[in-house]
Write a protein that binds this ligand. Structure first.
Ligand code: AMP
Length: 245
């Protein structure tokens, strides 16, 4: 049952300007898991370009058709395509108080586009100034990432992410979602050969973003190999303390 206090906290979060948050980190760093938790706490949407692309593929849209072959090979899809999807998503009213970008930007070109887009569309402008992008980097060793990605299972109904390689993140019944009982699925791009390609692309195309943001914003680094609850607390703290005007 909801108590007066918890309702009070929810109202506080619902009224609050959180601003734009970018979660950086290699595939398997836990961005999706953490983004879902943080969005619930701050009552803001998760904008995951991977999820939006997979949804387009499932619905057979033109975007999905253009992206599918690239995704199955572990390559990035074109900047123009993801930027169009992100622009559409950020224009939705639920993004007005803030959002968490998960899997975007992934190239310096996308990061430059995002800066320009937020400025040109007057995102998060208050009487005190413009709320800056908060960049959080989840760091995880390469060897750990492989294990996490090969064990990853997702609920196709609610999106919850499980892992068969870690006891704490397994489902109660093997292959079945704890929340809604749906059969868990393995992503097509979580095969070892594709995973290696995705990790290689991360090194060459996405890692330069850390330098880009280190020049323009303060990058908050968090150890992504810690327990999920510990990471969530660190991310919440970073948003509470770091996302100043
Ligand atoms: P993710 O779910 O974030 O791991 O993304 C899955 C796949 O979607 C990636 O391997 C890319 O093929 C594609 N993708 C997701 N986000 C982007 C992006 N920002 N830029 C280009 N491709 C993306």
């Amino acid at each position: 049952m909801e108590t007066g206090t918890s309702r009070g906290m929810a109202v506080k979060q619902e009224a609050r300007l959180v601003g734009p948050v970018v979660l950086l980190g290699p595939p398997g760093a836990g961005k999706g898991t953490q983004a879902k938790r943080i969005c619930q706490i701050f009552q803001i949407p998760q904008v995951s370009t991977g999820d939006i692309l997979r949804d387009n593929i499932a619905r057979g849209t033109e975007f999905g058709k253009q992206a599918e072959a690239h995704m199955n090979r572990g390559e990035l899809v074109s900047d123009e395509l993801v930027q169009r999807m992100v622009a559409d998503r950020l224009a939705q009213p639920d993004c007005a108080r803030g959002f968490i970008l998960d899997g975007f930007p992934r190239t310096v070109n996308q990061a430059e586009w995002l800066d320009k887009h937020l400025a040109e569309h007057g995102f998060f402008v208050t009487e005190k100034g413009c709320k800056r992008l908060l960049v959080i980097q989840l760091e995880v060793a390469y060897t750990l990432l492989l294990g996490r990605l090969t064990g990853r299972r997702t609920c196709p109904t609610c999106g919850r992410i499980y892992n068969t390689n870690t006891a704490q993140q397994g489902s109660r019944v093997e292959g079945v979602c704890d929340v809604d009982g749906a059969s868990l699925v393995t992503r097509k791009d979580d095969r070892e050969d594709v995973i290696k390609e995705r990790l290689k692309n991360y090194q060459t195309q996405t890692l330069p973003l850390v330098d880009y943001y280190a020049r323009t914003n303060h990058v908050i680094e968090i150890d992504g190999s810690a327990e999920p609850d510990v990471i969530t607390s660190a991310v919440v703290k970073a948003i509470e303390n770091g996302n100043r005007l």
